[in-house]
Each structure stands twice: as structure tokens, then as C-alpha cells.
Design a protein around this ligand. Structure first.
Ligand code: E4P
Length: 223
């Protein structure tokens, strides 16, 4: 049996840029947002208070889940940070790295009803652990695997098989998506979510035959 999650494929945007999030939201196909410390740093937001406010600002633009990543790497620190992030807004999903302390924290958050996104996942074994710990989402980084000559899409396929074998409810959130073919292939393989740069989402719109066909129709309409 394939894909036990009773949902359609979701599109998340992978940025902390409010203008890009708004543009994707206005397109009408956006289901959520993922951020990470590097994406937050790009927005040059100074001070912890403003960083937290930025997450809330993102939640005000979209109606779906917004991943906010912890930067602690010890259990107590991850729990403290994650609880503070989760309190910010009901749409916040706490993003936790795939490390030993992170897996323990995901298990803790699951028990508290706090939703999690297990990030920096590069193997099926890591994805299995994340699901066992009760992660809401698991984020395999397909583009970064491709960068080191390893098939990122194969990882999506393997995780799909493992999760479907046992009915794990953890959603496969394909991350580090670089181009439209990544999105199409993730959909073919049954990923629950793809988080993408805006450019990859808008690239799905494009086809030269659409452009030439439209130009012809508009020209003919004038005749
Ligand atoms: C996912 O949640 C990550 O933020 C992101 O997809 C990483 O992408 P990159 O490999 O392009 O940095």
C-alpha cells in the first residue's frame, strides 16, 4: 500500500523572505514555509526578539505550517528553544537536527503534542529513527545528496517504502529542492511535501509551447 497519509502533495517555500513568501501565497498554491538559520541570516534580522517576530510575521502571511529551527545541540537547550518557538504561534513546527540529542528531543516534543520537522536527513536509517521518535515531518536533503554524487531521489523512494511498510505517519518533506524536475520526481515518488525556492515553483509554470500557443491565440483574436 502506498502513502497512508490522507493528504495531497503540499508545496512549501524554503525561504525567510517575506516578499517571496507573499508572492508564493498569492499564487494560491502555497501550503507552508520552511526556514533554517542560513535563510534567516540572509534576511539580516538583528536580535532574538526580532527573529521571533519574523517567524510570527511569516505565520501571518501563510495559513499552513512554518518550520522554525533550533540552534541548540544539547537536549535541554533544544527543548527550551523548541518550547519557546512552539508558543509563538500555532502554525510553528519546531525544526530539530538529526543528531542523538535531537532524536531524544523529538520524542519529548511528540509526547507534549509539539510538532517537529527532523532536518539534515541524508539516509533512510536516519529517516526511520525520526519516524520512530514521532517526527511530524522528516526532511531529506535531496539537492545536497545530488551535490555529492548520491541519488537524492532514491532516498525519497526508500523512505516512502519504509514508511508505507509500517504505516508511519511522519510526512516526507523533500528538502534542498533545486529545480522543477526535483519537484515533479518527488511527486512521482509520493513525497508528502516539497519545500522549494520560489524559482523552482514558478519554473513549473513554464513551457515554450504555452508561450507560443498563447501568442498565436492572442494574434488570431485580433483578426
Ligand atoms: C530544508 O528545510 C532546508 O532549509 C533547505 O531545503 C536546504 O536547502 P539547500 O541545500 O538548498 O540549502
Amino acid at each position: 500500500m502506498r502513502n497512508l497519509n490522507p493528504i495531497v502533495m503540499k508545496f512549501f517555500i524554503d525561504t525567510a523572505n517575506l516578499a517571496q513568501i507573499k508572492e508564493a501565497q498569492d499564487l494560491g498554491v502555497l501550503d507552508g514555509v520552511t526556514t533554517n538559520p542560513s535563510l534567516m541570516a540572509k534576511e539580516v534580522i538583528k536580535g532574538q526578539e526580532n527573529i521571533l517576530k519574523h517567524y510570527v510575521d511569516i505565520c501571518k502571511i501563510v495559513s499552513g505550517d512554518v518550520s522554525a529551527e533550533v540552534i541548540s545541540t544539547d537536549f535541554d537547550g533544544i527543548v527550551k528553544e523548541g518550547e519557546a518557538l512552539a508558543k509563538l504561534h500555532k502554525q510553528i513546527v519546531v525544526k530539530v537536527p538529526m543528531i542523538k540529542e535531537g532524536v531524544k528531543a523529538i520524542n519529548y516534543f511528540t509526547g507534549k503534542g509539539i510538532r517537529t520537522n527532523c532536518t539534515l536527513v541524508f539516509s533512510a536509517g536516519q529517516a526511520l529513527l525520526a519516524a520512530k521518535a514521532g517526527a511530524t515531518y522528516v526532511s531529506p536533503f535531496i539537492g545536497r545528496l545530488d551535490d555529492v554524487s548520491t541519488d537524492g531521489l532514491r532516498l525519497i523512494e526508500d523512505i516512502r517504502t519504509i514508511y508505507d511498510n509500517y504505516g508511519f505517519k511522519t510526512q516526507i518533506l523533500a528538502a534542498s529542492v533545486r529545480h522543477p524536475m526535483h519537484i515533479i520526481n518527488c511527486a512521482m515518488l509520493g513525497a508528502d511535501v516539497a519545500t522549494c525556492p520560489l524559482s523552482a515553483i514558478t519554473a513549473l509554470l513554464k513551457h515554450p509551447l504555452t508561450d507560443s500557443g498563447l501568442a498565436q491565440f492572442l494574434a488570431d483574436a485580433k483578426k
